[in-house]
Write a new protein. Structure first.
Length: 455
């Protein structure tokens, strides 16, 4: 039987980062990374299709942590663009800037009035902190008012999450839902406000290779990666995992990065309390339709939000505006996101027809546009739902895993809402816990981390 000190399930960014930081330590720790696909990257990877590079929806690099930024830019070298976000909302037949709550200028006057008046009414609480026990629906009403909630906050989030908003908590929304000041809301109703809001005001994206470039670069610094290695069963008591094509693998410590629900479903001998907690974990699916269009410069925007019910998709993006090198010359690469309920049948042909009809109705596509290629990329477990059961269930599960020397990290392993830089930092912190150290330092030459803002 093959044995290793640390068995890492999943060759995405979190798993690769954990292996990288373990292997570069001075302690002698053997590692083995298992990835079920024939490539590393997981959902941060890309697929080559008919001359296009398609990601699993828009995967952009938002770098805020000094260590994470330094490592990622060293991995990419000069293979990245630095972009200022250009994102919009389409509603009431008009385009308005993101975020909606600070940019109602351009909407019908009655809508602008409803949004501003509703927001001003929320100021009556005198700026007092809202109770943390509020549902997301109540928090949004108290923060933005009825108009903004009616015309964007409610319909968009209901379309994305596919659950009643009064069942969701506010744990997830901190940095992901911008909260503008009163003067910014008023100014954005009177004029075309061009101020950037939110954590993703700027982003980086690889020049070539799509988002796959980052995990590929990290994997080149990691030893002992087995591709096409599907985990079929895990026994945390015996410290053994069963792997297709490999057989049994013994381990001292296990690190999981696959969706927590799938990991638990493969784990033998779970006590009833853990099985019950697993049953309380909920998520939504996303079906990403990638399109290759035989026309360049279809839009100058990076992505557009669609809150209205007449559109079956909640967001559409133009990845050739991230990098022109991911599509043939004279073509545009697009991605369109449709959410779904796990376990519910998704009718691809029907939804595809609705997507194309919607894109034509808002003027993005023209009747004469020629479709060069298309590729559906389903993400069965896409967004973790922060309902009132999540935190309690997660505590129960992670307590059990800790007692059995198992870690579960990354966006899906840790069962949270996060982005790519955080996945890499999760891997680093996990390695530090395993090694029993406070920091696995990174030393890079400053010549490797120069930034260039390229148009």
């Amino acid at each position: 039987m093959l044995k290793t000190d640390v068995l890492i399930i999943g060759g995405g960014l979190a798993g690769l980062s954990c292996a990288y930081h373990l292997q570069r330590s001075h302690q002698k720790v053997s590692t083995l990374v298992l990835e079920k696909e024939k490539r590393v990257g997981g959902l941060a990877g890309s697929l080559q299709h008919d001359g296009f590079t398609f990601d699993h929806t828009g995967h952009l690099l938002h770098l805020h942590d000094p260590y994470g930024k330094k490592l990622i830019l060293d991995l990419l070298k000069d293979n990245f663009y630095l972009r200022n976000r250009n994102s919009w909302i389409y509603s009431h037949g008009a385009y308005t800037r993101y975020p909606f709550q600070a940019n109602t200028y351009g909407l019908p006057p009655r809508v602008v009035e409803a949004c501003v008046v509703g927001f001003l009414k929320t100021l009556r609480n005198g700026g007092q902190a809202l109770p943390s026990s509020l549902s997301f629906k109540s928090w949004a009403l108290s923060t933005f008012g009825e108009g903004i909630c009616k015309h964007f906050m409610f319909p968009y989030n209901e379309k994305l999450w596919r659950v009643p908003l009064n069942s969701m908590t506010t744990e997830w929304q901190g940095r992901f839902v911008p909260k503008p000041k009163p003067e910014e809301v008023l100014y954005g109703a009177l004029t075309d406000q061009k101020k950037f809001f939110g954590y993703n005001a700027t982003f980086r994206y690889p020049k070539r290779g799509g988002s796959q470039s980052l995990p590929d670069a990290l994997a080149r610094r990691v030893k002992n990666i087995h591709l096409g290695a599907q985990v079929t069963a895990i026994d945390l008591n015996q410290r053994v995992a069963e792997i297709d094509g490999i057989g049994e693998v013994g381990f001292e410590t296990l690190v999981n990065t696959m969706p927590l629900v799938h990991f638990l479903d493969k784990t033998k001998g779970l006590p009833q309390v853990v099985r019950s907690a697993r049953a309380d974990l909920r998520y939504t699916s996303v079906y990403c339709l990638n399109l290759g269009i035989a026309r360049s410069s279809i839009s100058d925007k990076h992505w557009i939000y669609f809150p209205e019910k007449q559109f079956n998709f909640y967001r559409a993006g133009f990845s050739t505006n991230f990098s022109p090198h991911i599509a043939p010359r004279g073509a545009t690469a697009m991605y369109i996101e449709v959410s779904g309920i796990p376990g519910q049948k998704f009718e691809f042909d029907r939804e595809e027809s609705r997507v194309l009809e919607g894109l034509r109705s808002c003027g993005i596509l023209k009747s004469k546009d020629r479709l060069l290629t298309k590729l559906w990329m389903p993400i069965p477990c896409a967004y973790v739902i922060y309902d009132r059961e999540r935190a309690r269930a997660a505590r129960t599960i992670f307590s059990y895993l800790k007692d059995h020397r198992a870690e579960s990290i990354g966006r899906y392993g840790a069962w949270k809402y996060s982005f790519m830089e955080e996945a890499i930092l999760d891997g680093k912190r996990c390695a530090e816990r395993i090694l029993g150290v406070s920091d696995v330092s990174l030393k890079l030459s400053s010549s490797n981390i120069e930034l260039q803002a390229l148009k």
